[in-house]
Design a protein around this ligand. Structure first.
Ligand code: FPP
Length: 246
């Protein structure tokens, strides 16, 4: 089909769902699933580097996750701090630039310092930008962007909002993957998902491996991205390209 997306995605975003179920099925505490989730994230980062995908954005802690049991919330904060201490050196050597996206004021000073330090240590890297959405919500992002414009007295236009969003440093995601079998967005990238292709995997996040990533990328390549146009409008552009190439 001439109109299929032939290039792979430049920006993949993932809702890493299913850690709790992975653990519960093994009679383990939920935090064991999140620890396994960090290993799965490491594997996914390496896979994206191998596949020359320049941007990966993951949902690690939502604005709503504060409502989870206190021990799970504190466990996730601890896991974040530990993972940074353990993983930053290998992220640096693999050329990964780490960016944290979300509301930081609510986080402890120790966590905030960890985030700032990790960003500083990886700031010079450009092979892969890894955005970790932490204490993030799509509605929070739209509201904070609007607040910025209002405080500067700027007109609220699409372009101005776009520039004020927390993910303004990367293009919108081409492909959003959600693992764990649920088919919803859950307040992730509400603004940026306008034209993203969606892929839902039944695999739980700790089980999401290279083959599952390739399946998602393969499904993406088979999609026709029309951005509001018709199929017929897209076809001549592809034909012209083919003729020029030939
Ligand atoms: C959703 O699974 C997952 C989370 C809320 C946390 C995701 C975190 C990681 C993958 C680890 C990386 C995190 C850090 C701190 C860097 P769930 O708990 O909702 O699973 P369930 O739907 O099976 O209950």
């Amino acid at each position: 089909m001439a109109n299929q997306t032939s290039a792979g995605p430049s920006h993949i975003a993932i809702v890493m769902d299913g850690n709790g179920r992975w653990a519960t099925r093994r009679f383990l505490p939920r935090i064991a699933g999140h620890k396994q989730g960090v290993d799965s994230l490491n594997r996914c980062v390496r896979a994206c580097i191998d596949r020359h995908i320049p941007v990966l954005t993951v949902f690690a802690f939502s604005s709503e996750n504060w409502n989870r049991p206190a021990d799970e919330v504190s466990g996730l904060m601890e896991l974040l701090a530990m993972s940074l201490a353990r993983e930053v050196p290998s992220l640096v050597s693999n050329g990964v630039q780490l960016r944290f996206v979300g509301e930081r004021q609510q986080l402890s000073e120790r966590v905030r310092e960890g985030l700032a330090q990790a960003e500083l240590s990886t700031a010079g890297n450009s092979r892969l930008i890894l955005n970790v959405c932490f204490n993030y919500g799509g509605r929070w992002d739209i509201a904070q962007a609007a607040q910025q414009l209002a405080s500067r007295g700027e007109p609220i236009t699409e372009q101005a909002l776009d520039r004020a969003m927390a993910l303004a440093h990367v293009p919108d995601p081409d492909l959003i993957i959600r693992t764990g079998g649920e088919q919803r967005i859950s307040n992730f990238l509400l603004w940026q998902a306008a034209y993203s292709e969606l892929h839902f995997s039944d695999k739980l996040w700790p089980e999401f491996d290279e083959a599952a990533l390739d399946e998602a990328i393969g499904a993406y390549r088979g999609r026709e991205r029309r951005f509001g146009k018709t199929s017929a409008q897209l076809a001549p552009a592809v034909d012209r390209h083919d003729t020029k190439a030939a």
